[in-house]
Design a protein. Structure first.
Length: 85
């Protein structure tokens, strides 16, 4: 399994964990986005500084690694807010 796939699965797992433990969807989403941004930037730095990838190629992967779980988090939070109304 590729490192990118593992990171995506970790992001989805963190999102699920936070959504199950924090009842307020908006708060869980904000916390997830903050934590996942830190993890994604850390992953980008490890890729560039230690794995030898260039900034451009690692930034493309970082957008995917951060963006896919973040988009799902925002969509589920929006769905939750609409469901309440």
């Amino acid at each position: 399994m590729s490192h990118t796939t593992i990171m995506l699965l970790a992001g989805f797992a963190l999102l699920i964990l936070l959504r199950l433990t924090i009842k307020d969807a908006a708060r869980a989403t904000r916390l997830f986005l903050l934590l996942w941004l830190v993890v994604s930037v850390g992953n980008l730095l490890v890729g560039v500084l230690h794995a030898g990838y260039g900034w451009a190629e690692e930034a493309t992967i970082a957008l995917l690694v951060f963006g896919a779980p973040a988009a799902l988090a925002l969509l589920t939070a929006r769905f939750e807010m609409r469901r309440r109304d």
